[in-house]
Design a protein around this ligand. Structure first.
Ligand code: FAD
Ligand code: SIN
Length: 585
């Protein structure tokens, strides 16, 4: 009982730390309410919403979607927290994201002025003046499970753990949740789902598994792939139960049939899921411990997991626990780490979120975990290079083509990503233009983000577009007219494309985005079995250690199919949680 009380007090200290308000100053600073404002960032207007009481800023929400993905997102999370801590909009810009930071500060200033604030008074009373000067507090917390990483896999496991009534802590090193999951645009693969059946799509789990093995060049672990395919429709049903339905089905590279599931309105799957996962966690009363990076996994004399060390902004922690779920994602944002395995990738842009630095892999390795396919790193063929923004495969899946600077197609655009990337790298300049029309834009919401970010070139005719791209107009016009014939006849005699041919490209205006390959997914990682147990170099499970998502290897082999990672995180996030519960019994 005494221990339980200690745990509760520790947890309350831990989880309540950021929620404790300073004693309210007597002076009225704001007119209570919620206020919004925008200011132009690099690509898009950044939106800020503040909520205030008479004397406190209680919430700062920043939408920097469309800004440089890595830095814009980080700036949004970091500055929201800084403004809340300082109680003034005049906080330091984040290095590497100064334009976005300045837009956030300008919009927050505007919103607070609408609330009647005198910014000079807020500056004079700023609350974070002593921050960072003292020694960090050391906290010891007892709990049953530590889930490391609040991306898709970690949040899935956390929802399961709370629903099961477990005592756990969810750690996230960034100031916000979501990781790479937030960035997932295309969708989630699943076979024999009720949505496929309702839409008359014939598919099977066996075909899903076969496509995944073929796409992964048969390097994948067949047992993990079978688990992925067999549990996929259940995962879609589970998402239904938490209000995160994915009913829109389309085609993604390497799949034999329409299998990739997305939200009804065509919005990005990752943002949609993270929003729903966050809402569910909030509804269940789960707090995420942000700005807290796990640094070390602890084992007892028998080699069983017994704790996690972590570094927070204001405190260092030791979490005593019996089980750990590693959900820290991949290492696509850690150039030092990926060039260790693939020196040829030095200098390649990455689509990944800044938290994808391979921490979980390193922590597990320190306990003797085996690694699998660690050098298998996926290049995505359609990445806009100045912003590292991914141009979703759905654009090609919905009918776009790729042309080189001569204005000619050079590949079946829906081959697997490694093949399309390789074909692009053979073109002069090692880039391509992705070409689509207004009809395609009207049907794919993701495109609005690219237009807003000024990534698209546009022409009212093919010739006008060609002039914009400095491509010979007659060649581009012939390429488009040949392509429209191919769509009409449903026969690609040039490159054998058989999918993503439901609509021709005949509706003006016409659009193009310049693209080239970028690092997108680290297929390799920690070896797990079908129970998501982490396996050591002797082929044995490390007792109490489970892992799910991009931190693991084996599911995707030598090349991941679009839509399989989101399936992976939901399916193995659930399995890891269930296995941890079973282990605790
Ligand atoms: P993440 O979502 O990356 O979460 C890991 C979390 O752990 C992060 O929040 C990170 O900050 C945190 N963390 C890391 N280290 C620590 C530490 N030491 N302590 C505490 N926290 C830590 N896949 C699809 O299937 N379909 C798609 O449409 C799709 N689109 C994509 C688009 C883009 C631009 C990108 C980059 C990827 C896309 N993917 C897609 C891949 C997919 O999104 C990811 O593989 C998947 O979401 C990874 O989920 P995760 O939970 O394993 O990791
Ligand atoms: C994309 O939308 O092209 C990315 C999908 C994925 O990585 O699975």
């Amino acid at each position: 009982m005494k221990k339980l009380i200690c745990v509760l007090i520790s947890l309350m200290m831990l989880l309540g730390a950021s929620a404790c308000a300073e004693p309210a100053p007597a002076e009225k600073l704001f007119t209570p309410g919620t206020y919004s404002a925008e200011a132009q960032g690099i690509f898009v207007p950044v939106k800020v919403q503040v909520t205030v009481t008479e004397n406190e800023i209680t919430s700062v929400l920043i939408d920097a979607t469309g800004e440089t993905p890595e830095l814009g997102g980080t700036a949004a999370g970091t500055l929201a927290e800084s403004i809340l801590n300082a109680q003034t909009p005049n906080v330091d810009a984040m290095s590497g994201a100064t334009v976005t930071s300045k837009a956030i500060i300008a919009a927050a200033t505007d919103a607070l002025q609408q609330a009647g604030a005198d910014i000079a008074t807020l500056d004079a009373q700023r609350k974070d003046t002593g921050a960072g000067t003292g020694e960090k507090e050391e906290k010891i917390v007892d709990t049953e499970i530590v889930i490391i990483g609040a991306g898709g896999a970690g949040m899935t496991a956390a929802i399961m753990a709370k629903q099961e009534g477990k005592d756990f802590v969810l750690l996230e090193k960034m100031p916000y949740a979501g990781g790479n999951t937030t960035k997932a645009t295309g969708g989630m693969n699943a076979a024999e789902t009720h949505y496929q059946k309702e839409q008359g799509i014939e598919d099977s789990k066996a075909l899903f598994a076969a496509d995944t093995m073929k796409g992964g060049h048969a390097l994948n672990d067949p047992e993990l792939v079978a688990e992925l395919a067999n549990s996929s429709s259940d995962a879609i049903d589970w998402l239904d139960t938490i209000g995160a339905a994915l009913p829109k089905i389309s085609f993604s590279g390497g799949a034999s049939v329409n299998r990739i599931h997305a939200p009804e309105d065509g919005s990005g799957v990752g943002g949609f899921l993270v929003e729903h996962f966050s809402a569910k966690l909030e509804e269940l009363g789960v707090s995420i411990l942000y700005n807290t990076a796990a640094t070390e996994l602890m084992v007892d004399a028998e080699g069983k997991i017994c704790g996690v060390k972590a570094e927070g902004k204001d405190a260092n922690y030791v979490f005593n626990c019996k089980a750990v779920i590693l959900a820290t994602g991949g290492f696509g944002a850690n150039e030092e780490m990926y060039t260790q395995y693939r020196p040829d990738l030095k200098g390649t842009v990455t689509t990944n979120a800044p938290g994808a630095t391979g921490d979980g892999i390193l922590m597990a390795q320190a306990l003797g975990a085996d690694l699998v396919d660690i050098e298998q790193i996926q290049l995505h063929p359609t990445v806009e290079q100045s912003t590292s923004m991914l141009i979703t495969e759905s654009v090609r899946g919905d009918g776009a083509i790729l042309v080189n600077q001569k204005g000619e197609r050079f590949t079946n655009e829906l081959l697997t990503r490694d093949a399309v990337s390789a074909a692009e790298l053979e073109q002069e300049g090692q880039y391509a233009w992705i070409i689509f029309d207004q009809n395609l834009r009207d049907h794919l919401k993701a495109i609005e983000k690219y237009v807003k970010a000024n990534l698209t070139k546009q022409g009212d005719t093919i010739e006008a577009l060609a002039a914009e791209l400095e491509i010979d107009p007659a060649t581009l016009a012939k390429t488009l007219s040949d392509w429209n014939e191919i769509v009409k006849n449903q026969r690609d005699t040039q490159f054998g494309r058989t999918t993503g041919m439901n609509a021709d490209l005949t509706t003006a205006p016409y659009y193009a985005i310049k693209v080239a390959p970028g690092i997108h997914h680290t297929m390799g990682g920690i070896r797990i079995d079908t129970k998501a147990q982490v396996i050591n170099t002797e082929g044995k499970p490390i007792p109490g250690l489970f892992a799910a998502g991009e931190v693991c290897g084996g599911v995707h082999g030598g090349n991941r199919l679009g839509g399989n990672a989101v399936a992976d995180i939901v399916i193995f996030g659930r399995i890891a949680a269930q296995s941890a519960f079973d282990y605790l019994k």
